[in-house]
Design a protein. Structure first.
Length: 237
């Protein structure tokens, strides 16, 4: 895999050892919980960790990813802990499961998002991935805050009925059951998924430990326009 690579003032590389993974876990904890700590997950060892550094070599963004060659292999990942993916068995892989994306506080800029997608484009191209999937995070655990956003997502960005995962936990709420009163914005990462042709499920999972609402998110590579793919490959070049 052709890492590291540089674009402007940013560098993307893969974690190369325990110290790198620890740095990613520390940034994750700071991002999700707002304080110093370590966000360690039992599945971290099954994922590779992407790191984005600024010109001062400070870690400003990270995510983890895992390749699943067949739909059945998705059962071993993080998403399958919260969503029923049995309806995906007829889908052709490989699949790229992406998660734990976060940035240093106040550092969610357009350049960083472009670098993220440029790095993911390299990974997708190398492995021939057909779909990206993961859980997009909304800050907090009160779905009512995002009522207006959920209504818009249901109108414009719902996935194919046969692929939308069903509810598997009591800690979930269907978007249709949330009153359209909240005015919080769509998270920046979800916006970028949707702009590329992504879609979302029909419910959110409430995670009090992470202080987030998880929403199933999928991006079929085939849904991306040729022009957008060309621009992403230009970033990755």
């Amino acid at each position: 895999m052709t890492f590291p690579f540089h674009k402007g003032q940013l560098t993307a590389r893969l974690a190369a050892g325990v110290a790198d993974v620890r740095a990613c876990q520390a940034l994750r904890h700071l991002s999700f919980h707002g304080r110093a700590g370590v966000d360690a997950d039992p599945l971290d060892g099954d994922f590779q960790h992407l790191m984005i550094h600024d010109r001062n070599d400070a870690l400003c963004g990270t995510l983890r990813f895992r390749l699943a060659d067949r739909a059945d292999d998705l059962a071993q990942g993080y998403v399958a802990q919260y969503y029923d993916l049995s309806g995906w068995r007829g889908q052709a892989g490989p699949f790229l499961e992406v998660g734990r994306f976060c940035t240093a506080p106040g550092n969610m800029g357009a350049d960083l998002l472009r670098m993220l997608w440029g790095a993911l484009t390299r990974i997708v191209d190398q492995h021939g991935a057909q779909m990206l999937l993961g859980c997009t995070s909304f800050v907090g655990t009160d779905p009512r805050v995002y009522g207006a956003v959920f209504q818009r997502l249901m109108r414009n960005h719902q996935g194919p009925p046969d692929l939308i995962p069903s509810i598997t936990t009591g800690q979930a709420m269907r978007m249709v059951d949330v009153a359209p009163s909240g005015i919080a914005p769509i998270p920046a990462l979800l916006k970028s998924y949707l702009s590329l042709g992504g879609w979302v499920g029909d419910h959110v999972v409430i995670d009090p430990v992470m202080n987030t609402l998880h929403m199933f998110t999928c991006l079929p590579v085939s849904a991306m326009s040729a022009a957008r793919v060309a621009r992403l490959r230009a970033v990755a070049s």
